[in-house]
Design a protein around this ligand. Structure first.
Ligand code: NCD
Length: 331
């Protein structure tokens, strides 16, 4: 397909999905529709002397329902909803909620819906929790991370950030991710970010390489359409993008790699491992960073880092997702 044909395709695609449960169910055209809707919302957030809001979700109720710790994703969704002029509600889970009294997810959501929620953003440690809720309930469900399974808005904001970088670097405002080489480094096994990114980048035509210790590499992950290597030097010798993943210490059992010292020596993204990588090759990380474990502070805070760009773009991507779900007649 030519660039012009692709553009026409993404402009004519209509949003038809009621929920955003994963990248798995999305087509390339749908992903590109989300990415192409975001710049308008970036402009809204960048207004300095005017109101940083648009009334696209005025009077609607967005409920943030997080069952796992989160700073970036929860605040990003809350801010995105507020910038769309929605009402927002942050639900507690665990110790302070009725879940400790044995209330099921379905019961809790039925009660939230009795207060007329429109969009429910859920993070849960059980893979598939958002999908189960979406089958039974009326609200638009957005998966903000389910166990080790998927984290679709993270992959979308990453794809947006990578595409933006490529467009700027090539001085081509219509450049796509076709043929762009991306290396994901670190704890692939426990990472929903890695899974959603592999799916998303593949659908957008990028070439994905996974690099990490054997013990943190899921069996058969090549079948998802990625190349696997255990040698960081080889992996990043000729890449366009480096994506460092957080070591998911809370999801690991002991003994998955010999020692943190060993991991750092072989896989850390730092001045030493990047010594021969051209200066324009950027480094991304979803946050929170285990500083100086998977990523050296000098790199995280240095000129290659797109980490804070990812955070900025995340708000616009979440605004785009909520707008498309709630305003496309998919009730
Ligand atoms: C990710 C998550 O929670 O899956 N963080 C995030 O959403 N920004 C990545 C991680 O915790 O490693």
């Amino acid at each position: 397909m030519t660039k012009a044909a692709k553009k026409a395709n993404s402009e004519t695609v209509q949003w038809t999905k009621k929920h955003l449960l994963g990248i798995e169910g999305l087509t390339r055209a749908e992903i590109e529709l989300i990415l192409d809707t975001a710049p308008h919302f970036i402009e809204v957030s960048e207004r300095s002397s005017r109101i940083k809001k648009v009334p696209l979700l005025q009077g609607r109720l967005v409920v943030n329902w997080f069952h796992e710790p989160s700073t970036r994703t929860r605040t990003s969704f809350e801010l995105a909803a507020k910038r769309l002029t929605a009402d927002t509600l942050n639900m507690v889970s665990g110790g302070d909620s009725s879940e400790v009294k044995g209330e099921t997810l379905h019961d809790t959501l039925a009660n939230i819906e009795a207060m007329h929620s429109d969009i429910v953003v859920i993070r849960h440690s059980q893979a598939g929790a958002p999908h189960i809720l979406a089958q039974r309930h009326r609200s638009h469900i957005i998966n903000a991370g389910d166990g080790r399974h998927e984290h679709p808005t993270q992959a979308l904001l990453d794809a947006y950030t990578i595409r933006d970088h490529i467009r700027e670097h090539r001085n081509d405002p219509e450049a796509t991710l076709d043929g762009v080489k991306v290396v994901l480094v670190g704890d692939i096994e426990h990472s929903r970010v890695a899974r959603s990114n592999i799916l998303c980048l593949n659908k957008l035509g990028a070439q994905v390489t996974l690099c990490g210790p054997k013990t943190l590499m899921p069996m058969g992950v090549e079948r998802m359409g990625a190349t696997v290597t255990h040698n960081l030097h080889d992996a990043i010798a000729d890449t366009d993008i480096i994506y460092s993943l957080r070591m998911q210490l809370e999801r690991q059992q002991a003994g998955l790699f010999p020692s943190l010292g060993e991991y750092i020596r072989l896989f850390r993204i730092d001045e030493r491992s990047l010594a021969h990588v051209p200066g324009h090759i950027p480094v991304l990380h979803p946050g929170p960073i285990n500083r100086d474990i998977e990523l050296a502070s000098t790199i995280a805070d240095g000129p290659r880092s797109l980490v804070l760009k990812q955070v900025t773009n995340g708000v616009a991507i979440r605004m785009a997702v909520m707008h498309l779900l709630a305003n496309s007649g998919t009730e």
